[in-house]
Design a protein around this ligand. Sequence first.
Ligand code: SF4
Ligand code: SF4
Ligand code: FES
Length: 230
Amino acid sequence: MEFRVWRFDPERDREPRMETHHVEVTRGMMLRDALLEIKARDESFTFRHSCGEGVCGSDAVNVNGRNRLACITPVAELKAPVVVRPLPGRPVIRDLVVDMSQFYGQYEAVEPWLKRREPEPEQEILQSPAERARLDGLWECILCGCCSTSCPSFWWNPEKFLGPQALLSAWRFLADSRDQAEEERLDALDGPYRLFRCHTIMNCVEACPKHLNPTRAIGHIRDRMLKKSV
Ligand code: SF4
Ligand code: SF4
Ligand code: FES
């Protein structure tokens, strides 16, 4: 099968180039296996990966125009030639490795940890099964970046718009019955950009390998803001 991989070493190359490789497809082969085969031929070919199970979120790449995790993308499902590029809209460090600092910065900006006004209880903070169930579809995010790097609003305003991943995480804490910082969290999201640059284009939903729905989370935050303002 033909693979075209994006190559660029900013220290050596003036321009990026696509490099063609033919890899024999074996049963059950994932895209990560094909990339490893290419790397075995040329050690300098660079991409991130770790768990191989769709858990660590480190091997997100753009495959035939769509952001995906290489380790859980079956090669048999892809159309040849398979064109593999770095995640869009991020500075390239080398080949398929991009700089995700800004993405992590946006995540940090929503303060993704429980905040309490009351003193911590000696044991755990109790939650009913229904309260716990509200976090399903939110806690599973693996920070792969497939969503935010497929979001046009994030490409155009990465300094100001938090992007789908950070907003999904913001809602994950707003929806948590143990958190006591709703007011402060909503105030931090107010303004024309941080939340409201989402134009519900839904690229993020389509890109998420965990089948999460950042657009719905953004809608919930908007509703909560509206309730607060009336
Ligand atoms: S729905 Fe909103 S957050 Fe998701 S890709 Fe579109 S603009 Fe971005
Ligand atoms: S919401 Fe989905 S696509 Fe976005 S970072 Fe989390 S797991 Fe990845
Ligand atoms: S290598 Fe961890 S998600 Fe793919």
